[in-house]
Design a protein around this ligand. Structure first.
Ligand code: SF4
Length: 356
């Protein structure tokens, strides 16, 4: 994989890379055209679609995002449609993508773009960054892809490519540690057209060729220019922090039933999946139950670095007290229509199988 050669000092002086801008961007854009990945958000430079796709792609791989993106923009074809929608409908269309805070923020920002910008996205990266949920990366992506402005981007894939290209071997530990790579990205992005293609090419190269483990350097269009490859240190770069260790958690969930109506609760601020519906993790105090809980099964799921094993049980309620603000008594078909957490949806399946 790596050619061996005598190690030389790291070289990440942006001015030096700016001098190679033309040759690097040309070869990279040519490669980008040759692989021609058909991703639905690339069919148009519409900033609304670029924005939605970039938010979806923040925690999810492109192949998985494709269908979600298509469904989302079919239901909300413009920023006006998204701003007009009820939050529960937006969350329903986000279901399965996880990290629901993104969906809520997308919705809130759509309202702001409509109320304060007449539905038009600002064109400059700095103005885009004033919008909630749009950080440096997303602003650079929208400005370069939609408006062809020479704005850099840096996310996991492009950061890896650039770190190896310039042999940036310092630890990448968050905060400002990747600032020199932003400078290199800014030095390389084309000035006279093609900024969006260049940025997308960088991300694709990181995702397809310059992978975290066993990159295909022999097939890489940048192999001749890549310092890490030439020095034989690809497997040491990027120098990233160790992942947080996984925590094992055991919890219980209850399917509380009264005459074919089931109690569901809405996740509150500060909880995972805020705003989505789920089955309670404890029996609410105002409910009197009959008999002992009956096991319906066990489900496993992961949230951030928590690996959760959840024992699901059903229990009969003696009466149905008036539901409180964030509770509802509903039939299973009615529950299916709610925006639900992914474990909640699996509990519905268990209840249908074991109780109906
Ligand atoms: S030569 Fe290898 S390490 Fe360098 S950019 Fe290409 S794939 Fe990445």
């Amino acid at each position: 994989m790596n050619k061996k050669r005598k190690q030389t000092p790291a070289c990440f002086d942006p001015a030096q890379w700016a001098a190679r801008r033309k040759s690097i961007s040309q070869v990279l854009i040519r490669w980008y055209h040759s692989i021609a990945r058909d991703l639905p958000w690339r069919h148009t430079p519409d900033p609304y679609r670029v924005w939605v796709s970039e938010i979806m792609l923040q925690q999810t791989q492109a192949e998985r995002v494709k269908d979600y993106f298509q469904r989302f923009v079919t239901r909300f074809p413009s920023v006006f449609d998204l701003a007009d929608a009820d939050e529960s409908v937006v969350l329903r269309h986000w279901e399965g993508l996880g990290y629901y805070r993104r969906a809520r923020q997308l919705h809130a920002t759509a309202k702001l773009i409509v109320s304060e910008h007449q539905g038009k996205f600002p064109q400059e990266a700095d103005a885009l960054r004033q919008l909630p949920g749009i950080g440096r990366y997303t602003a650079g992506a929208i400005a370069s892809i939609s408006f062809d402005l020479p704005e850099p981007i840096l996310e996991a894939n492009s950061r890896r490519v650039l770190a190896r290209l310039v042999q940036y071997d310092r630890p990448l530990l968050g905060n400002k540690s990747d600032e020199p790579l932003w400078d290199v990205a800014a030095a390389l992005v084309p000035r006279n057209g093609g900024a969006g293609e260049f940025n997308q090419a960088l991300m694709d190269l990181g995702s397809i060729v310059c992978t975290p483990v066993s990159p295909c350097c022999e097939k890489c269009p940048l192999a001749n220019q890549c310092e890490a490859y030439q020095l034989g240190v690809v497997d040491r770069i990027p120098n990233v922090a160790v992942r947080r260790s996984t925590k094992k958690v055991h919890e219980k969930a209850f399917v509380v039933v009264h005459k074919n109506k089931f109690l569901v609760v809405r996740r509150q601020p500060g909880e995972w999946w805020q705003g989505l519906w789920d089955f309670p993790r404890e029996i609410p105090k105002q409910i009197t139950v009959r008999g002992r809980p009956r096991s319906l099964g066990v489900i496993d799921y992961t949230v951030t670095n928590h690996k959760i094993t959840c024992q699901v049980s059903s229990i009969l309620a003696l009466q149905r007290p008036a539901a409180r603000r964030h509770q509802r008594w509903l039939s299973l078909p009615e529950i299916r229509k709610l925006p639900m957490t992914s474990p909640g949806r699996r509990i519905v399946l268990l209840a249908e199988k074991k109780l109906l």
